[in-house]
Design a protein around this ligand. Sequence first.
Ligand code: SF4
Ligand code: SF4
Length: 127
Amino acid sequence: MNGKPQPKVRCEVNRCVYWTDGNLCNAREIEVTGSQAREGRATDCATFALRGLRSMIMAAPNVDLQAAMDYMRGEEETEPNPQVTCYVDTCRYWTVGDACRADNIQISGKQSGREERTHCATFEPEE
Ligand code: SF4
Ligand code: SF4
């Protein structure tokens, strides 16, 4: 842990190479982009990669294999959960250090084949 706030991540983008059963994400880290966004649809999960052999090889260094294996063995308390870096400083949950202080975030874009069709559905404009 690096002291950054750590939301629980749920993701429905089931064509992403990092996606796994339970709408979980096996990445060690993800980046959410969309500086100046005024709505959730203007944000992206920039870590998205369309599932395929090449992307599996490219993604390997960012896969949290230990958490994924523990979860597959039924040790649910160790379910995979990536560290979130977010650049959407127009969101009320954004905080210094490009961190997200929401308890949970939902990444949406089921069946999406492209990064720009993913988004953070938890986005709320700052007041
Ligand atoms: S779209 Fe983002 S949050 Fe969802 S599985 Fe892929 S990297 Fe993880
Ligand atoms: S809820 Fe807001 S701050 Fe958190 S990841 Fe989504 S857009 Fe970024």
